[in-house]
Write a protein that binds this ligand. Structure first.
Ligand code: UDP
Ligand code: MG
Length: 304
C-alpha cells in the first residue's frame, strides 16, 4: 500500500484541484491511503477535505488544534501512515501527481529506497529569494557531513524502513531536508521544471525562510561554534602582536597617546564580534532549551 501525505494549511482553493489531478493517477498506484493533514487552517480546508472524504473512503483527515508548521504536519502524516511506501506532497500541485507512478515503480524495483525530486529552475520565484536560497545550500553543504541537494523539494517517496528511520529521530526542531539526507538510504533524484501553485498563496515570507535556514544550520552542525572559537583565537593573536608593536613604538619613538581613531575601531569591531558570537551560542542554547522541554510537535484535535 502507498500512503500519500498532504500537509494543508489554508488550501481551500487548491485542495479540490489537487484531488482532481491526483485522481487521474490513482488507478496506476494500486492500493493507497490519502492522509490530509490540516495544519490548523483558518479557512474552509477541513470542510473541503470532508467533502472529498465523502467521495473517497481512502482519505484520512488529521486536524491540528492550531498551526504547527509543515514539518509537524509531515511528521504527523508519517506517524499515521500505514503503507509500505510513503510519499509526501504539497496540496498546491507544485508537486505534480503525474510523477507518482514512475516514483512508485522506482522504489518497487528494489534498487532505491527513496525517490526524491528537485526543481531544475526557480521560475516564478523572486530573484532575491533564489539568490539567498542558492547561498544557503552552498553554505550548509560546506558545513554538514551529508549533502542536501539544491532545489530538492519535500516531494519524496520512501520505503517503510526509511520512514521508520525518520520517525526514530525524536528531535523537536525538525529540518526535514537535513533529516532526509542524514538518515541515508539510496535515493534517486528526479528533476522537473518548477510549477507555480494553482491557487492560494505561499506561506513563506523572506524572514520565515531566513529563520528556516538558521534552523537547518543549527540543527545539523555545530560548525558556527567552531568558527567562533577560531575567530576568537585569530583576533586574540592579532591583539597580542599589536600590543607588542605599540609597546615597541612607544619605547623607541615616545608619543604613547596617539591612536584614538584606531582605539574606536578596535572597540567597535571587538564589541560586534562578541555580540555575534554570543548570538551564535544563544541560538544553540535556545534550541537545547526547546528540545529539553520535550513538547509534542503537534496536537491532533480531530481524526477522521
Ligand atoms: N503548509 C503547512 N503548514 C504551514 C505552511 C505550509 O502544512 O504552516 C503546507 C501548504 O499547505 C502546502 C505545503 O505545506 O501544501 C507547501 O507550502 P507552500 O506552497 O506555501 O510553500 P512553497 O511551495 O511556496 O515552498
Ligand atoms: Mg507551494
Amino acid at each position: 500500500m502507498l500512503s500519500i501525505i498532504v500537509p494543508c494549511y489554508n488550501e481551500e482553493a487548491a485542495l479540490p484541484l489537487y484531488y482532481a489531478e491526483l485522481e487521474k493517477y490513482l488507478p496506476q498506484v494500486g492500493e493507497y491511503e490519502l492522509i490530509l493533514v490540516d495544519d490548523g487552517s483558518a479557512d474552509k480546508t477541513v470542510e473541503k477535505a470532508k467533502e472529498l472524504k465523502a467521495k473517497d473512503e481512502h482519505i484520512v483527515i488529521l486536524s491540528f488544534s492550531r498551526n504547527f508548521g509543515k514539518e509537524a504536519a509531515m511528521l504527523a502524516g508519517m506517524t499515521e501512515a500505514k503503507g509500505d511506501y510513503v510519499v509526501i506532497m504539497d496540496a498546491d500541485l507544485q508537486d505534480p501527481p503525474k510523477l507518482l507512478p514512475e516514483m512508485l515503480q522506482i522504489v518497487q524495483s528494489g534498487e532505491y529506497d527513496s525517490v526524491a525530486t528537485y526543481r531544475v529552475d526557480r521560475k516564478g520565484e523572486p530573484p532575491i529569494r533564489s539568490f539567498f536560497a542558492r547561498r544557503f545550500y552552498k553554505l550548509i553543504n560546506k558545513m554538514i557531513d551529508v549533502e542536501i541537494v539544491d532545489g530538492a523539494r519535500d516531494y519524496r517517496m520512501m520505503k517503510r524502513a526509511m520512514v521508520e528511520a525518520i520517525l526514530s529521530m525524536k528531535e523537536v526542531n525538525r529540518f526535514s531536508k537535513g533529516i532526509f539526507a542524514w538518515v541515508g538510504f539510496r535515493t534517486k533524484y528526479l528533476e522537473y521544471e518548477n510549477v507555480e501553485r494553482v491557487a492560494g498563496e505561499t506561506k513563506w515570507s523572506f524572514w520565515k525562510l531566513f529563520g528556516y535556514a538558521i534552523e537547518g544550520i543549527v540543527g545539523f552542525t555545530t560548525a558556527p561554534l567552531r568558527i567562533a572559537t577560531i575567530t576568537g583565537t585569530l583576533i586574540s593573536g592579532f591583539g597580542f602582536l599589536y600590543m607588542i608593536y605599540i609597546a615597541l613604538k612607544a619605547l623607541i619613538f615616545g608619543d604613547p597617546v596617539a591612536g584614538f581613531p584606531s582605539l574606536i575601531v578596535i572597540i567597535t569591531l571587538l564589541g560586534g564580534i562578541q555580540l555575534l558570537v554570543l548570538g551564535v551560542i544563544g541560538e544553540y542554547l535556545a534550541k537545547t532549551y526547546v528540545e529539553t522541554k520535550r513538547r509534542p510537535s503537534y496536537i491532533i484535535k480531530e481524526r477522521l
